[in-house]
Ligand binder design. Structure first.
Ligand code: MTE
Length: 318
């Protein structure tokens, strides 16, 4: 069993102090990041922190479909990208305490027969929540294995009945600079926007997520509702969603808008298409330190998704 048993093993007990201190120094000096910002090894800084006692027992033996061990709760909740709370990896964890994820309303609009302002509870009440363990592969070339809790986006889409004109789905994050300190500066253009083609949105792998490790999403991971698309780079997983629109034209997603030569709309994990500033051929599997693993095409989900891109030149549609 490789899974750390958080309540009884502290990493400071299994990793000699000089080793983890040196690892931190090493990562601090290794510059890679979406906006060219050197990432701070928040995940390593917090390895000593305790896991919450209330993690349900079923997660002790849970592994991914590919038989991989889960990352720890503290890895997943202290090493984040959520620029609304700052650009450093530990900013979302440190700066999201004032964010209020309830009450929450999601506006559903555009080409649908049942548009409206839906209270989150009403949106969720017909859904059957499942645990799904996916590897999250960030475009920055690190990845983690995360046990999400959620339901297929397709179930929500069927309920609101898109019209025949709906070709894409567009999602937006809430704008609340008073609670989200990163939004007080023009780091990105707010709100954060993401989109999917209709067939991608309907794929059974695509999830609306409300929790992880069987508990409600913490603010830093996108409370109370986010998207997860496991064969795409993590930036497609827009957090704290307040609107879902069904549209005819391809939405302009935030990272494409920022740097369209570096980030596209599709963002399928692809070891053969390098980011202009780094290769995507290999990845760091956190809490590891080195690019020790080859990146898998479509993050390992090719048999379930490759058909959607048949005939497309994926180096052009990156
Ligand atoms: N959503 C919003 N609103 N703002 C962000 O900065 N970052 C994205 C994505 N969703 C981001 C976001 C990126 S780059 C990644 S890798 C994932 O969230 C990280 O999700 P996690 O912090 O839960 O691991």
């Amino acid at each position: 069993m490789i899974i750390r048993r958080p309540p009884d093993i502290r990493s400071s007990e299994i990793t000699p102090k000089n080793v983890y201190v040196n690892r931190r120094k090493f990562i601090k000096n290794a510059a890679f990041g979406m906006a060219g910002v050197a990432t701070v090894p928040a995940v390593l800084n917090t390895l000593e922190s305790e896991e919450p006692q209330e993690i349900p027992a079923r997660f002790r033996s849970m592994r991914s479909e590919l038989n991989e061990p889960l990352n720890s709760y503290s890895d997943i909740t202290t090493y984040n990208n959520f620029y609304e709370f700052g650009t450093q990896k530990d900013d979302p964890h440190r700066n999201s305490g004032d964010f209020r994820p309830a009450p929450w309303t999601v506006r559903i609009g555009g080409e649908v027969n049942k548009p409206g302002d839906y209270q989150l509870e009403d949106l969720l009440s017909p859904q059957r929540m499942e645990d799904r363990v996916y590897r999250l592969r960030c475009v920055e070339a690190w990845s983690m294995v995360i046990p999400w809790r959620g339901f297929p986006l397709a179930d929500l889409i069927r309920r609101v009945e898109p019209t025949g004109n709906a070709k894409f789905v567009e999602f937006k994050t809430i704008v609340r600079p008073e609670e989200m300190p990163g939004q007080r500066a023009p780091i990105l253009q707010w709100p954060y926007v993401e989109g999917l083609r209709m067939d991608e949105a309907m794929n059974p792998l695509t999830l609306m997520v409300t929790g992880l490790y069987g508990m409600d999403l913490p603010n830093q991971n996108g409370a109370p509702l986010r998207l997860i698309v496991p064969w795409k780079y993590g930036f497609k997983g827009v957090k704290s969603i307040v609107s879902i629109d069904f549209v005819e034209n391809m939405p302009l997603n935030t990272w494409k808008q920022m740097q369209s030569n570096e980030y596209g709309f599709y963002a399928n994990v692809n070891p053969e298409v390098s980011h202009p500033r780094w290769s995507q051929a290999r990845e760091i599997r956190l809490p590891g330190l080195f690019k020790s693993h080859p990146t898998e095409m479509f993050n390992g989900y090719g048999d379930q998704v490759a058909h959607m891109y048949a005939g497309m030149d994926l180096s052009r549609w990156y």
